[in-house]
Design a protein around this ligand. Structure first.
Ligand code: AKB
Length: 342
């Protein structure tokens, strides 16, 4: 029986999934896309995919069935519980974020072995993997490299960092066990900053204050940000996040000097972001009412990351700095979105 070669996307209904499916859908050279999510796929994305599987990455029977049905060429593993949500039920977050990733890595290993070529496994990690010890260190550290300050304070951050290590482990372990048979997995990871999309609003993250203030202003609603005005972390708009994932997926393996790469576009304080939103929507009512728990999470994330390895190895370069992000992408798209609600 010839199995159809596919791309598998987990967490397809999430923010990154939305952008990725649309972008991949526009490419002529792509393989058919099969998506897996615990929720039904947004109907707008349906035309771009071959099959929607509503199910759980913790369901190993389901993964085995998919593995039997298809030759999986590439996995984009995006499914996760985000940082704020994870703090409400850390053990559940651990199950989804870690055990779910282990299940998919094992699926990739088995697939790779069956076809004699490693599966490409794109993993979406996060600046939550970092843990700055205090604000003074955060301020003087500047742009941090992939190896610095890796002491996350959230369950989500611990999960992301550990899954980066798991990717490294699985990429080597099976190859070492049996040099003749095992092929391992071609693990590639992007550590994302806070993401801002003009078409979707995130749920359960801690960088959400940025997209939330923008979407609220576009709808004429008041917004109270849950962080201080001086809170600064790196951000990126969704088209650049998708660009990073696809560039890393397409990069020749021999050009990659590491498995985990930082990517970034711009760092701005919450107050500066609010000013940019007010400039676009002069009636915007944005206030600041910090929540202790969520503030401590963003205070533990760096104010900037060093993405020179990605720039050097696979030519990474964002298309949008802060000004372009607002003027050319966020504001025009968001105005259009609320003019004709999705
Ligand atoms: C979150 O806030 O949890 C995410 C992230 C930074 O990974 N947006």
């Amino acid at each position: 029986m010839i199995r159809r070669k596919i791309i598998l996307i987990t967490g397809a209904n999430g923010e990154v999934g939305h952008g990725l499916i649309q972008k991949l859908g526009e490419r002529d050279d792509r393989l058919p896309i099969v998506v897996l999510d615990i929720k039904q796929l947004d109907s707008a994305l349906r035309p771009f995919v071959s099959r929607v599987v509503v199910g759980d990455i913790l369901d190993t029977k389901l993964l085995e069935t998919l593995s039997t049905e298809y030759e999986i060429d590439t996995i984009f593993h995006l499914a996760a519980l985000l940082s704020t949500s994870s703090e409400f039920n850390p053990e559940n977050a651990h199950r989804v974020n870690v055990q779910g990733t282990v299940n998919l890595l094992k699926m990739a290993i088995d697939q790779g072995e069956a076809r004699g070529r490693p599966v490409k496994f794109l993993y979406a990690s996060s600046i939550a993997a970092y843990g700055m010890p205090n604000l003074a260190v955060k301020q003087q550290a500047g742009a941090v490299t992939e190896e610095q300050y890796l002491e996350p304070i959230t369950m989500y951050g611990c999960n992301k960092l550990y899954c980066e290590h798991l990717g490294r482990y699985y990429a080597r372990h099976y190859r070492q066990l049996s040099a003749q048979r095992a092929v391992g997995v071609d693990f590639r990871c992007v550590r994302f900053p806070g993401l801002i999309s003009a078409v979707t609003v995130p749920t359960g993250g801690t960088s959400d204050y940025a997209p939330e203030m923008l979407h609220a202003a576009a709808q004429g609603k008041p917004y109270a940000a849950f962080v201080r005005e001086d809170t600064t972390i790196p951000f990126m708009v969704m088209p650049d996040a998708i660009k990073a994932l696809l560039m890393l997926a397409d990069a020749p393996r021999e050009r990659l000097s590491r498995l985990v790469y930082n990517v970034t576009s711009f760092s701005r304080s919450a107050g500066e972001l609010a000013d940019m939103v007010r400039a676009a929507f002069p009636g915007a009512q944005i206030t600041f009412q910090p929540s202790d728990a969520r503030q401590s999470i963003v205070d533990s994330w760096p104010s900037a990351v060093d993405d020179s390895a990605a720039r050097r190895d696979w030519g990474w370069m964002p298309d949008f700095d802060a000004e372009r992000a607002f003027n050319d992408y966020l504001i025009p798209t968001i105005v259009e979105r609320y003019r004709s609600p999705a």
